[in-house]
Design a binder for this molecule. Sequence first.
Ligand SMILES: Cc1ncc(COP(=O)(O)O)c(C=O)c1O
Length: 407
Amino acid sequence: MTHILDSISFGAIVTVRDRLLAQQAAGRRIYRLESGDPSFDTPPYVRDAMLAALEKGLTHYTASAGIQPLREAIVRKVQRDNELQIDDPEQVVVTSGGMHALYLTFCALLDPGDEVILPDPMWTEIAENIRLGGGVPVRCRMDLDSPTPWTAAQIEQLITPRTKAIFVNTPHNPTGVVLSRAELRDIVALAIKHDLRIISDEAYEHVIFDGAQHVSIGSLPGAEERTITLFSTSKSYAMSGLRVGYLVSTDMAFLARVKKLLRCTTNGVNSLAQWGAAAAIGAPQDTPRMMGAVYQERRDVLLAGLKGIDLLSPYVPKGSFFLWARIQPSWRGYRGSRSDEAMTDWLIDEVGVGSSPGSAFGPAGTGWIRFAFSSDTREIQTAAGLIHQVLVGGGRTSARAEADAQP
Ligand SMILES: Cc1ncc(COP(=O)(O)O)c(C=O)c1O
């Protein structure tokens, strides 16, 4: 019998990143559009809070579910900004990034063989964490040609007696789809009808464009009790390396399980990072709003740069910092179901631009490619120009010379 971990991948995006870093180490100019790591510095008031905690010697074990000031700041924030009915710090668990919140949630919620319905495509780690929790990921294909790409009606077709939960991610990685209040309401109605849990991953709550409003599904009538909501400080406050996330729920039995697993795994988050997160979440939310506005500019720079490339058809993202584009069969490197991997490799070799092959995100991603626009605006502009040149005009030699000549 094979071990469950033998069936989990090291991740296609990690492979791309390693190739890019190897080329960078060899002296080549590369463009990091393969993964979503904010280019901003962590805000000064967050760094100051961490330094102050260090000076005060706050470097010892903390309560494993998180320091009290942070959990209190989270209660205030999720009430005010997410309209969640969370009123007790005991309903909050601080985790090592959103990633560990996902792991804890699936492990604490699922019994072996329980099914969780998730969007297809979806950020790779979701299905893998469902499987680590003993569950079965059931992918529900998004229809990006429709104005409502992921609906309750599509989800309902996949419900079986083993379905335990619906996994919701808005804004969505990798497509940038943002679900409206009405769409979320329909998903809540479905969850009530079939008595399902809702797991809501809101890692990109602040990265939302064109004046759209982020709606937390757990705030909708009937969803309060059945929803577990997960957040991350990585994207909102440019704190990805500090590894702070959190989950909130009103289900005390579920939370008790989470706290036991937490105690036996990480036993809490690095104390200094928690003090930083308390400053980030406790402060007025101008910084994440400002970053969201810059991401919108970057989206537009990337879309403008890719305009006129008939070989790529982008989906215009409404949130998150990813541009998801379909590769057209007229691309001369087109290789059927392997075209996305082929284009990812080709863009690295030709112009040193990183991207992620769509198939890494599930079967619906085959033939698509994802570009992250979390790196700085100039880098995105240059990378878009290089992609344009190599796919439309000029071709290999001149584009490569241009890439290598960049400072
Ligand atoms: C959809 C989604 N959820 C959660 C996370 C977790 O982020 P972190 O572990 O850095 O908090 C990510 C990271 O890329 C993500 O894309």
